[in-house]
Design a protein around this ligand. Sequence first.
Ligand code: GDP
Ligand code: MG
Length: 735
Amino acid sequence: MPDESQSERLHKDTGGFIAIAGNPNSGKTTAFNRYTGARQHVGNYPGITVEKKEGLAHLSNGTAVTLVDLPGTYSLTAYSLEEVVARRVLAEDRPGAVIDVLNTPVLERNLYLSVQMLEMGIPLVLCLNMMDEARERGVNINVERLEEKTGLRCIPAVARSGEGLDIALSEAVKLSEKTNGRVDPLVISYGPDLDAILPDMIQLVEKNKLLTDQYPARWVAMKFLEKDKDIMARARRVSEEPCDQLQAITKKVEAHLKTTLNTYPEAVIADYRYGWINSIIKDGVLMGASESFERIAFSDKLDKVLTNRLGGPVILLAVLYLMYFFTIEVGAYPNEWLTAGFDWFAGFIADHMTDGQLESLITDGIIAGVGGVLGFVPLIMIMFFMITFLEDSGYMARVAYIMDRVFRFFGLHGASIMPFIIGGGIAGGCAVPGVMGARTLRSPKERLATILTVPFMTCGAKIPVFLLFTGIFFPQRQAMVMFAFTLAGWAAALLVSLLLRNTIIRGEPTPFVMELPPYRLPTLAGMVIHTWERTWQYIKKAGTIILGISILIWAAMTYPSLPDNEVEMYETQRSNIAATAAGQSEEDLAAKIQEVDNTEASEKLQHSLAGRLGRAFESITAPAGFDWRTNIALLGGVAAKEVVISTLGTAYSLGSTDPDDDSSLADRIQNDPNWKINNAMALLIFTLLYSPCFVTLAMIKQETGQWRWLFFSLFFNLLLAYFAAVAVNQFLIAV
Ligand code: GDP
Ligand code: MG
């Protein structure tokens, strides 16, 4: 149903309501960001914007206009979620006009969407974007001729530099004022067979008012011919009987087309739409070389190598490995400085505050917890910078292409790659947008398999955990081990998918079609902005969610405090030591007292709520090599994976009372004889695989619409992680 209040709000609050539509990767978001000053994610990869985004733009005369950035689609059939989203916004929110952003070098294919919007009766302004590339490739467009043939305003533009955007917007606003969001729908011929039956169908639609408040009657009729499930279901809710009739007519013409031309209605409709487009652009609009004649040589040459059957995967692995290598080699220095800085700061506070709960909260809870997470900012930043480069250059799209062959085997789809990569497949992503990114998948089964396996990727929150432990146990080969864990995440995702697709989500694979965008040299400014945005997200999370959880966990590790009689007992022990001081050196005395202090601190921690919880699980987690401290950390990690680090930081900080001890968490773990390589590796495997964090779980519920998949992820992943950790631990003890 149209959301009247939403639609009215958009129209009334501002001087107008304009939507930006177009094919994937045509530059919509770039234009949207320029108009609104927003910083939505732009990437040289189709399918990055999966939700509509709203913002305010200002005309040169100061009028504010509401803009909506639609997800990119090639079509308005309901094959994928983006298409449904785009179509509903156009029909229900009713923008006053639409700026149709076209990838001009491939104008013909881009106009296919325009035709469909015109058929819906939507007022369009054509924004001939990527004019710079068109010029470079010698694709010459006669703009006046195109305007004349289509009757639409056509504005040459370069969204990246802003060229033409202002004109396109003011034209759209003018159009919106003139048309109020609706024009007569474009009527084109679909050939003798379909044209013959359409009038009857249109009459049925009109007489029964099947969705005619939102769509032109001819368009609704066509949707029956195209067997559009979404529209047919909604029309049925209005009235069943005429829908039966419409379907009967469709069936008849289907049979007829099958026997006479061996084709079906959708194909005929598509053919005639392209025919209409061709009749326009071949008529003096497109001059010079068109894309099909002169492919960009550079991209092609690069692709020969980068997407080569054998060379492609090898290069992909090398790129992945080099990324870790640089991150660790370059990032190690600032990481050390920062960690040392936080340790010094904690020591400084400890020296200048009277001992007590507040001092403990600040040093043990906040600085040890949040500081531990913030120490990794430089490394994360370097990694994000490189990922941004891969994304903007167009290489990520090639990765999808290369991986499709592999994915198919495991019951996934080439389009699963982006959710995986966003989720951390090339390290440092986040499963939340990853799960959302799965909307680009058309088949519900492949989509579900993708959603459920994205959380196995090495997301940015797991990275600090890996960095910490690989740094301690593999100082020489840290990059290699990190790389191995990323691959382990992939292996887990693929194997689990294979399992799911052969059991609870069985179904046929669907074909993969994606155009490879040309390679582009990313702009430095763009890369810096993206890197900073992602890094800032990480910092913000550390300063809010992680801070909050750190305080909670500190409290759980501090209270309830030891009963008075036990505190007294330690007091007595200390005074006994002091009483027998005669004949002992100062150092011996201090050491003895320190020992009592440490025992007390450790007892205190174990007596606390968290300590008891950690202990309660110890018998279960012992085979995996986790002691109660690790258990607390992992429990906290369900809230957010960074918490594993911050909790260990707090646990070790609380457990030590040495006033001179300002050593870092890494030093403490290194010096703890209970931490061996087997415990560490088991912990890492567990962290990689176990339950997704809260936010991801919520997203899984939202995207699948079913609680059972939330619980599935929670418990299945937990069990998987547990058995994997036990296996790793036992194996490493054995060898
Ligand atoms: P969307 O998928 O339609 O939202 O497209 P994006 O805005 O994410 O842009 C896709 C890619 O095209 C990005 O790499 C942009 O930097 C690039 N791009 C956008 N507009 C232009 C343009 O006018 N010229 C050139 N050369 N590149 C552009
Ligand atoms: Mg976009």
